[in-house]
Design a protein around this ligand. Structure first.
Ligand SMILES: Cc1ncc(COP(=O)(O)O)c(C=O)c1O
Length: 377
């Protein structure tokens, strides 16, 4: 008997199911929206219409479920479409608990859409589990963690939070976009669901929008998510699914190099006189360092840092970079720098002097030289 395959092996063969008709090693993207019925009216190959199911999408969902160690996966047109489907699957009047530091789009989604209709939500400090426990309400049905968090890279102890969620009868979903497998696998730590923006590391080339929900169990709750996917229709299109499979082939090596670059850059920034604070869980003085060491295989490739000075100084540093490109988003092969507060809503708690880096695959010397010259007085 073979051992179960390592994640790196699964990734290297992503999208590689020899085509039955031609023997093509790499499966083609199945762009067809519709599928042939047999003379008796049945669909013997299982596909009838692409909103309902599509072979390329199915290939991606199967692989993502394996990667996270889950029983089922549904992919969507964006990370936010995946988040929407999850919130829609909750019972009316459920309470959702989210971290104070969370991707602002998730808070926006709850605030602008769901609280006006069917749900309530509050926030807590997820780096302190007593604060989470105190915020739980009798109708809390979903605890939403994001670790490392966007943009402050706070770390949540997922095993302890999963235990708490079980005690209070809530589901735990972890937005693991910033630390995909093989770096972090929240279901192994007791989470019920994992959310990914496929737009980031999993597709990995800044040319796909997508989202995924992976469930530990293919239970009735997941079936509701599947029904929302198929019926509401915010599905991932087949070509984006194919591009994501193609990107996944190099995920493990991309992450290895991006994390290695990030470790060097975080250490450089921590020693730089023009920087007053570095948010990166790989630094030994980061408050979440020990938990991150336990629950992650590496510390990821996202770094936020605060420059000595105000927003104007931070914007000036970003304006000077030549290798780092000024843009939002993350997880591509190219390094990005972003003044985060100016893209978030006016009531953001992101420090005005904070710059966020997504570390790419460029040569480390070029990245260091670029930051060094940008931080000069
Ligand atoms: C942590 C996190 N979750 C979810 C999203 C939303 O993903 P998408 O832009 O694919 O809708 C983002 C986007 O930046 C993110 O950073």
């Amino acid at each position: 008997m073979y051992q179960p395959l390592q994640l790196e092996t699964l990734l290297a063969k992503a999208g590689c199911e020899p085509d039955l008709a031609t023997g093509a090693l790499v499966s083609p993207p199945y762009l067809s929206t519709t599928f042939e019925r047999a003379p008796d009216g049945s669909y013997p190959r299982g596909y009838l219409y692409s909103r309902h199911a599509n072979p390329t999408r199915h290939q991606l969902e199967t692989l993502l479920a394996h990667l996270e160690g889950g029983q089922a996966c549904a992919v969507f047109a964006s990370g936010m479409a995946a988040a929407t489907a999850l919130l829609q699957a909750l019972e009316v009047k459920s309470h959702v608990l989210i971290p104070k530091n969370v991707y602002y789009g998730v808070r926006n989604l709850l605030e602008k859409i769901f609280v006006k209709q069917v749900l309530s939500y509050t926030t807590a400090d997820f780096s302190d589990l007593e604060s989470v426990r105190a915020a739980v309400r009798p109708n809390t049905r979903l605890i939403w963690a994001e670790t490392p968090s966007n943009p402050l890279l706070q770390i949540t102890d997922l095993s302890a939070l999963a235990q708490l969620a079980r005690e209070v009868g809530a589901r735990l979903v972890v937005d693991s976009t910033w630390a995909p497998p093989p770096i972090q696998r929240p279901l192994d730590l007791g989470a019920d669901l994992v959310l990914h923006s496929l737009t980031k590391y999993l597709s990995g080339h800044s040319d796909v929008m997508g989202g995924a929900l992976i469930a530990r169990e293919a239970d009735a709750f997941f079936e509701r998510i599947r029904t929302i996917q198929q019926t509401a229709g915010a599905v991932l299109d087949p070509f984006s699914a194919w591009l994501t499979l193609r990107g996944l082939r190099t995920l493990a090596v991309r992450l290895r190099q991006q994390c290695a670059n990030a470790r060097v850059i975080a250490t450089f920034l921590a020693q730089h006189p023009g920087v007053i604070r570095v948010h990166y869980p790989g630094l030994p003085d980061h408050p979440g360092h020990e938990v991150a060491r336990r629950q992650m295989r590496d510390f990821g490739a996202m770094i936020s840092f605060e420059v000595a000075g105000d927003a104007t100084r931070a914007l000036k540093v970003a304006a000077r970079t030549r290798v780092f490109m000024r843009a939002t988003s993350l997880g591509g092969t190219e390094s990005l720098i972003e003044h985060r507060a100016s893209i978030e809503p006016p009531d953001t708690s992101t420090p005005p002097n904070l710059l966020r880096l997504s570390i790419g695959l460029e040569h480390i010397d070029d990245l260091l030289a670029d930051l060094s010259q940008a931080l000069e007085d």
